[in-house]
Design a protein around this ligand. Structure first.
Ligand code: NI
Length: 254
């Protein structure tokens, strides 16, 4: 079920039997010469919706813009400041919690989101804890039963296994063939090709946007996205959804 394609009475009746919700979160940023700028948001969305079907869970609107400061030297990239993203996530969780949602399962498509989203979860717990304590001073009342979980789809064991088998050391860490494959599976008429230069395989932390562009002039990091195919994209979606479903069920007790 998608929240955006539901009516309020349908959401109300969903909440009578289930308080879990899946929240796709990605980024809008360059993905090399052949990867779509929406790659991280699109992959998170496709996988989250597949997971929603698998678990009969509600799927929230995709948070399509994330923390992508280090991609800003490439045209078309859009970023939120970390502090903005923390507030966006906080506001979405609190809004949904007001209606009775209690288990927030974020399916993430972008590494730069991990720190701000984790911080947002801490902010939510701090805020709900304070509100509960202030509502009943001296009672040591526990905060509302809101729990949040962040799952990075590209780190799921079945995804890694498939990626190792298909790409070996050509997966890399940005504009990777698996994420490109997932977008080509979802949008088969959006495939691109381009002459790609040699793989730059450094793993030192990126020091901002200019540093990224200097070290990785075409936007890829150690990745060969020319290996991507739509069929492999389908396999990655299935692999990710299978592992995430296990995590989601354990998280929601479903
Ligand atoms: Ni990406």
């Amino acid at each position: 079920m998608q929240l955006q394609l539901s009516t309020w009475p349908e959401v109300e009746s969903y909440l009578e039997r289930n308080t879990g919700i899946i929240v796709p979160i990605g980024s809008t940023e360059q993905h090399g010469p052949t990867g779509l700028i929406g790659t991280d948001a699109l992959t998170a969305q496709v996988i989250a919706r597949r997971l929603g079907e698998e678990t009969d869970a509600m799927v929230a609107p995709t948070i399509s813009v994330g923390m992508a400061q280090h991609h800003m030297a490439f045209a078309g990239s859009v970023t939120l400041r970390p502090s903005t993203l923390i507030l966006v996530v906080r506001d979405i969780v609190i809004s949904l919690a007001r209606h009775g949602f209690e288990r927030f399962f974020f399916v993430n498509g972008h590494g730069g989101n991990v720190a701000p989203v984790s911080t947002a979860f801490s902010e939510v717990h701090a805020e709900l804890g304070e509100a509960a304590a202030l509502a009943a001073p001296g009672s040591n009342q526990m905060p509302a039963e809101v729990q949040c979980r962040l799952a990075n789809w590209w780190e799921m064991p079945s995804v890694k296994k498939l990626s190792d088998a298909l790409y070996g050391d050509k997966r890399g860490t940005h504009a990777t063939p698996d994420e490109v494959a997932v977008t080509w599976y979802a949008f088969p008429d959006q495939q691109r090709s381009a002459a790609l230069g040699p793989l730059a395989r450094d793993s030192d932390p990126i020091q901002g946007a200019a540093d990224f562009r200097r070290r990785h002039p075409d936007g890829r990091r150690g990745a060969d996205p020319s290996l991507a195919t739509p069929e492999d994209g389908r396999r990655f979606v299935e692999a990710a959804a299978k592992d995430l479903a296990k995590e989601y069920r354990a998280f929601t007790g479903g």
